[in-house]
Design a protein around this ligand. Structure first.
Ligand SMILES: Nc1ncnc2c1ncn2[C@@H]1O[C@H](COP(=O)(O)OP(=O)(O)OP(=O)(O)O)[C@@H](O)[C@H]1O
Ligand SMILES: [Mg+2]
Length: 270
Protein backbone atom coordinates (compact mmCIF):
# COMPACT_ATOMS: atom_id res chain seq x y z
CA UNK A 1 0.00 0.00 0.00
CA UNK A 2 1.78 3.05 -1.13
CA UNK A 3 -0.70 5.85 -0.76
CA UNK A 4 -2.13 7.25 2.43
CA UNK A 5 -5.45 5.75 3.40
CA UNK A 6 -8.36 8.06 3.87
CA UNK A 7 -11.46 7.59 5.89
CA UNK A 8 -14.51 7.14 3.71
CA UNK A 9 -17.72 8.57 5.07
CA UNK A 10 -19.92 5.61 4.33
CA UNK A 11 -23.64 5.33 5.01
CA UNK A 12 -22.83 3.21 8.04
CA UNK A 13 -20.52 5.92 9.31
CA UNK A 14 -23.27 8.50 8.91
CA UNK A 15 -25.69 6.29 10.82
CA UNK A 16 -23.06 5.86 13.51
CA UNK A 17 -22.47 9.62 13.73
CA UNK A 18 -26.22 10.19 14.11
CA UNK A 19 -26.27 7.62 16.87
CA UNK A 20 -23.42 9.42 18.65
CA UNK A 21 -25.18 12.77 18.26
CA UNK A 22 -28.37 11.29 19.69
CA UNK A 23 -26.54 9.83 22.69
CA UNK A 24 -25.02 13.24 23.36
CA UNK A 25 -28.33 15.00 22.98
CA UNK A 26 -30.11 12.76 25.46
CA UNK A 27 -27.02 12.10 27.62
CA UNK A 28 -27.58 8.40 27.37
CA UNK A 29 -25.40 5.35 27.47
CA UNK A 30 -25.46 3.90 23.98
CA UNK A 31 -24.27 0.52 22.91
CA UNK A 32 -22.87 -0.16 19.48
CA UNK A 33 -22.11 -3.65 18.24
CA UNK A 34 -20.90 -5.07 14.96
CA UNK A 35 -18.81 -7.80 13.41
CA UNK A 36 -15.01 -7.58 13.37
CA UNK A 37 -13.64 -5.40 10.61
CA UNK A 38 -16.77 -3.45 9.70
CA UNK A 39 -15.24 -0.17 10.85
CA UNK A 40 -16.36 0.45 14.45
CA UNK A 41 -12.99 1.58 15.75
CA UNK A 42 -12.06 3.68 12.77
CA UNK A 43 -15.46 5.37 12.75
CA UNK A 44 -15.19 6.18 16.46
CA UNK A 45 -11.75 7.66 15.99
CA UNK A 46 -12.94 9.68 13.05
CA UNK A 47 -16.02 10.94 14.87
CA UNK A 48 -13.95 12.00 17.87
CA UNK A 49 -11.16 13.37 15.68
CA UNK A 50 -8.93 11.16 17.76
CA UNK A 51 -5.87 11.01 15.51
CA UNK A 52 -5.59 14.73 16.03
CA UNK A 53 -6.50 14.83 19.72
CA UNK A 54 -4.15 11.99 20.55
CA UNK A 55 -1.22 14.00 19.24
CA UNK A 56 -2.29 17.09 21.16
CA UNK A 57 -2.50 15.32 24.48
CA UNK A 58 0.78 13.45 24.05
CA UNK A 59 2.81 16.40 25.28
CA UNK A 60 5.95 15.66 27.23
CA UNK A 61 6.77 19.05 28.69
CA UNK A 62 4.58 21.77 30.13
CA UNK A 63 5.96 24.28 27.59
CA UNK A 64 4.70 22.12 24.75
CA UNK A 65 1.10 22.04 25.87
CA UNK A 66 -1.18 23.27 23.16
CA UNK A 67 1.53 24.66 20.91
CA UNK A 68 0.49 22.50 17.98
CA UNK A 69 -3.21 22.86 18.63
CA UNK A 70 -5.53 24.80 16.38
CA UNK A 71 -9.16 25.81 16.50
CA UNK A 72 -10.23 22.17 16.01
CA UNK A 73 -9.38 21.52 19.62
CA UNK A 74 -12.15 23.88 20.73
CA UNK A 75 -14.83 21.97 18.90
CA UNK A 76 -13.72 18.54 20.04
CA UNK A 77 -15.80 17.20 22.88
CA UNK A 78 -15.47 13.42 22.63
CA UNK A 79 -12.98 11.13 24.35
CA UNK A 80 -12.04 7.83 22.77
CA UNK A 81 -10.69 5.06 24.96
CA UNK A 82 -9.83 1.43 24.25
CA UNK A 83 -10.57 -0.92 27.11
CA UNK A 84 -7.36 -2.63 28.18
CA UNK A 85 -6.81 -6.30 27.35
CA UNK A 86 -5.58 -6.99 30.86
CA UNK A 87 -5.82 -5.26 34.21
CA UNK A 88 -8.70 -2.92 33.72
CA UNK A 89 -8.34 -1.58 37.26
CA UNK A 90 -6.72 1.60 35.97
CA UNK A 91 -9.53 2.26 33.56
CA UNK A 92 -11.20 5.05 35.52
CA UNK A 93 -7.93 6.84 36.16
CA UNK A 94 -6.90 6.38 32.51
CA UNK A 95 -10.08 7.97 31.26
CA UNK A 96 -10.00 10.83 33.73
CA UNK A 97 -6.37 11.46 32.81
CA UNK A 98 -7.29 11.64 29.13
CA UNK A 99 -10.08 14.08 29.95
CA UNK A 100 -7.83 16.23 32.12
CA UNK A 101 -5.09 16.42 29.52
CA UNK A 102 -7.63 17.27 26.89
CA UNK A 103 -8.94 20.09 29.09
CA UNK A 104 -5.45 21.40 29.77
CA UNK A 105 -4.64 21.54 26.05
CA UNK A 106 -7.87 23.38 25.32
CA UNK A 107 -7.31 25.88 28.10
CA UNK A 108 -3.66 26.44 27.12
CA UNK A 109 -4.65 26.98 23.53
CA UNK A 110 -7.15 29.63 24.60
CA UNK A 111 -4.54 31.31 26.77
CA UNK A 112 -1.65 31.12 24.31
CA UNK A 113 -3.32 31.76 21.01
CA UNK A 114 -6.57 33.49 21.77
CA UNK A 115 -5.16 35.54 24.63
CA UNK A 116 -8.13 34.69 26.75
CA UNK A 117 -8.06 34.83 30.47
CA UNK A 118 -8.44 31.27 31.58
CA UNK A 119 -8.91 29.08 34.60
CA UNK A 120 -7.66 25.53 34.65
CA UNK A 121 -10.52 23.27 35.64
CA UNK A 122 -10.11 20.44 38.13
CA UNK A 123 -13.01 18.60 36.57
CA UNK A 124 -11.80 16.10 33.98
CA UNK A 125 -15.21 15.97 32.30
CA UNK A 126 -15.55 19.69 31.73
CA UNK A 127 -15.92 20.28 28.03
CA UNK A 128 -16.51 16.58 27.41
CA UNK A 129 -19.87 15.51 26.03
CA UNK A 130 -19.19 11.93 25.18
CA UNK A 131 -16.84 9.12 26.19
CA UNK A 132 -16.55 6.26 23.69
CA UNK A 133 -15.18 3.01 25.11
CA UNK A 134 -14.07 0.51 22.48
CA UNK A 135 -13.54 -3.25 22.94
CA UNK A 136 -15.88 -3.60 25.88
CA UNK A 137 -16.03 -7.36 25.33
CA UNK A 138 -12.80 -7.40 27.30
CA UNK A 139 -14.41 -6.01 30.41
CA UNK A 140 -15.71 -7.87 33.39
CA UNK A 141 -18.76 -6.99 35.42
CA UNK A 142 -16.69 -4.98 37.88
CA UNK A 143 -15.17 -2.83 35.13
CA UNK A 144 -18.53 -2.22 33.55
CA UNK A 145 -19.69 -1.06 36.97
CA UNK A 146 -16.80 1.42 36.99
CA UNK A 147 -18.06 2.85 33.72
CA UNK A 148 -21.59 3.10 35.03
CA UNK A 149 -20.31 4.93 38.06
CA UNK A 150 -18.35 7.32 35.87
CA UNK A 151 -21.46 7.97 33.82
CA UNK A 152 -23.58 8.56 36.93
CA UNK A 153 -21.13 11.02 38.45
CA UNK A 154 -20.66 13.15 35.39
CA UNK A 155 -22.85 14.98 33.01
CA UNK A 156 -21.78 12.99 29.98
CA UNK A 157 -23.00 10.53 27.40
CA UNK A 158 -21.20 7.23 26.95
CA UNK A 159 -20.96 4.77 24.08
CA UNK A 160 -19.82 1.21 24.61
CA UNK A 161 -18.54 -0.60 21.54
CA UNK A 162 -18.31 -4.33 21.19
CA UNK A 163 -19.03 -7.41 19.18
CA UNK A 164 -22.50 -8.73 18.39
CA UNK A 165 -23.87 -10.48 21.44
CA UNK A 166 -22.52 -7.88 23.84
CA UNK A 167 -25.95 -6.29 24.04
CA UNK A 168 -27.30 -9.58 25.38
CA UNK A 169 -24.47 -9.91 27.85
CA UNK A 170 -25.11 -6.43 29.18
CA UNK A 171 -28.77 -7.28 29.65
CA UNK A 172 -27.61 -9.46 32.53
CA UNK A 173 -26.50 -6.36 34.46
CA UNK A 174 -29.78 -4.61 35.17
CA UNK A 175 -28.30 -1.44 36.64
CA UNK A 176 -26.14 -0.76 33.64
CA UNK A 177 -28.70 -2.01 31.21
CA UNK A 178 -31.42 0.25 32.54
CA UNK A 179 -29.23 3.24 31.66
CA UNK A 180 -28.79 2.21 28.05
CA UNK A 181 -30.84 4.52 25.91
CA UNK A 182 -29.94 3.34 22.45
CA UNK A 183 -28.49 0.24 20.86
CA UNK A 184 -27.02 0.49 17.42
CA UNK A 185 -25.85 -2.20 15.08
CA UNK A 186 -22.86 -1.27 12.97
CA UNK A 187 -23.56 -3.09 9.74
CA UNK A 188 -21.33 -4.11 6.85
CA UNK A 189 -21.31 -2.23 3.55
CA UNK A 190 -24.14 -2.97 1.17
CA UNK A 191 -23.32 -4.43 -2.25
CA UNK A 192 -24.19 -1.17 -3.93
CA UNK A 193 -22.02 0.86 -1.65
CA UNK A 194 -19.07 -1.52 -2.01
CA UNK A 195 -19.46 -1.16 -5.72
CA UNK A 196 -19.62 2.60 -5.44
CA UNK A 197 -16.50 2.68 -3.29
CA UNK A 198 -14.59 0.43 -5.66
CA UNK A 199 -15.61 2.61 -8.53
CA UNK A 200 -15.34 6.13 -7.18
CA UNK A 201 -13.57 6.16 -3.83
CA UNK A 202 -10.84 3.97 -5.01
CA UNK A 203 -7.87 6.22 -4.42
CA UNK A 204 -8.99 6.90 -0.89
CA UNK A 205 -8.45 3.30 0.10
CA UNK A 206 -4.77 3.92 -0.53
CA UNK A 207 -4.08 1.41 -3.27
CA UNK A 208 -2.16 2.08 -6.40
CA UNK A 209 -4.40 -0.11 -8.57
CA UNK A 210 -6.84 1.78 -10.74
CA UNK A 211 -10.33 0.97 -11.85
CA UNK A 212 -9.10 0.52 -15.41
CA UNK A 213 -6.96 -2.34 -14.14
CA UNK A 214 -10.04 -4.51 -13.73
CA UNK A 215 -10.48 -6.78 -16.67
CA UNK A 216 -14.23 -6.97 -16.44
CA UNK A 217 -17.28 -6.59 -14.35
CA UNK A 218 -17.01 -10.16 -13.17
CA UNK A 219 -13.75 -9.43 -11.35
CA UNK A 220 -15.44 -6.61 -9.45
CA UNK A 221 -18.44 -8.79 -8.63
CA UNK A 222 -16.19 -11.47 -7.23
CA UNK A 223 -14.50 -8.92 -4.97
CA UNK A 224 -17.87 -7.82 -3.69
CA UNK A 225 -18.90 -11.41 -3.12
CA UNK A 226 -15.69 -12.45 -1.40
CA UNK A 227 -15.47 -9.49 0.94
CA UNK A 228 -19.17 -9.42 1.81
CA UNK A 229 -19.02 -5.68 2.55
CA UNK A 230 -16.38 -6.08 5.26
CA UNK A 231 -13.90 -3.22 5.17
CA UNK A 232 -11.00 -5.11 6.68
CA UNK A 233 -11.44 -7.91 4.15
CA UNK A 234 -11.50 -5.39 1.31
CA UNK A 235 -8.20 -3.94 2.54
CA UNK A 236 -6.65 -7.37 2.96
CA UNK A 237 -7.87 -8.69 -0.36
CA UNK A 238 -6.48 -5.71 -2.21
CA UNK A 239 -3.09 -5.96 -0.57
CA UNK A 240 -2.99 -9.53 -1.84
CA UNK A 241 -4.18 -8.49 -5.30
CA UNK A 242 -1.41 -5.91 -5.47
CA UNK A 243 1.13 -8.49 -4.41
CA UNK A 244 -0.06 -11.03 -6.96
CA UNK A 245 -0.03 -8.49 -9.77
CA UNK A 246 3.48 -7.51 -8.81
CA UNK A 247 5.03 -10.94 -8.54
CA UNK A 248 3.44 -12.11 -11.74
CA UNK A 249 4.10 -8.83 -13.49
CA UNK A 250 0.48 -8.51 -14.49
CA UNK A 251 -1.40 -5.32 -14.98
CA UNK A 252 -5.04 -6.33 -15.14
CA UNK A 253 -7.16 -7.67 -12.35
CA UNK A 254 -8.95 -10.69 -13.67
CA UNK A 255 -11.24 -13.05 -11.80
CA UNK A 256 -8.30 -15.48 -11.58
CA UNK A 257 -6.19 -12.86 -9.85
CA UNK A 258 -8.99 -12.12 -7.40
CA UNK A 259 -9.41 -15.80 -6.65
CA UNK A 260 -5.71 -16.32 -6.18
CA UNK A 261 -5.72 -13.37 -3.77
CA UNK A 262 -8.66 -14.87 -1.90
CA UNK A 263 -6.89 -18.19 -1.55
CA UNK A 264 -3.96 -16.53 0.15
CA UNK A 265 -6.16 -14.85 2.73
CA UNK A 266 -6.67 -16.56 6.02
CA UNK A 267 -9.77 -14.79 7.20
CA UNK A 268 -13.36 -14.55 6.29
CA UNK A 269 -13.69 -16.90 3.36
CA UNK A 270 -16.58 -19.27 3.47
N1 LIG B 1 -14.84 4.27 6.69
C1 LIG B 1 -13.68 3.66 6.36
N2 LIG B 1 -12.90 4.18 5.39
C2 LIG B 1 -11.76 3.55 5.02
N3 LIG B 1 -11.32 2.41 5.56
C3 LIG B 1 -12.05 1.84 6.52
C4 LIG B 1 -13.27 2.44 6.99
N4 LIG B 1 -13.79 1.66 7.95
C5 LIG B 1 -12.95 0.63 8.09
N5 LIG B 1 -11.90 0.72 7.24
C6 LIG B 1 -10.81 -0.27 7.09
O1 LIG B 1 -11.20 -1.48 7.72
C7 LIG B 1 -10.30 -1.83 8.76
C8 LIG B 1 -11.08 -2.36 9.94
O2 LIG B 1 -11.80 -1.33 10.58
P1 LIG B 1 -11.95 -1.25 12.16
O3 LIG B 1 -10.67 -1.59 12.84
O4 LIG B 1 -12.56 0.06 12.49
O5 LIG B 1 -13.00 -2.42 12.41
P2 LIG B 1 -13.72 -2.84 13.76
O6 LIG B 1 -15.17 -2.89 13.46
O7 LIG B 1 -13.29 -1.96 14.88
O8 LIG B 1 -13.19 -4.32 13.96
P3 LIG B 1 -12.92 -5.13 15.34
O9 LIG B 1 -14.26 -5.56 15.84
O10 LIG B 1 -12.07 -6.28 14.91
O11 LIG B 1 -12.22 -4.20 16.28
C9 LIG B 1 -9.52 -0.57 9.05
O12 LIG B 1 -8.23 -0.84 9.47
C10 LIG B 1 -9.52 0.14 7.72
O13 LIG B 1 -8.48 -0.34 6.93
MG1 LIG C 1 -12.23 -2.31 16.62
Amino acid sequence: MNKPKKFIETKEYKRFAEFCDACIKYKYIGICYGLPGVGKTLSSRYYSNWDYIEKQIAYKRADDIGIHADSRILNSRTLFYTAPAVKATKMTSDITLLGSKFGVVKTSYKAKFLNQEVKYSMDWAEGIDLVIVDEIDRLKMQNLEQLRDMYDRNDIAMILIGMPGIEKRLARYPQLYSRIGFAHEFDKLSKDETHHILQYKWEELGFSIKMEDFSDYEAISSIIRITGGNFRLIQRLFSQIERILEINQLDTITTEVVEAARDSLVIGIK
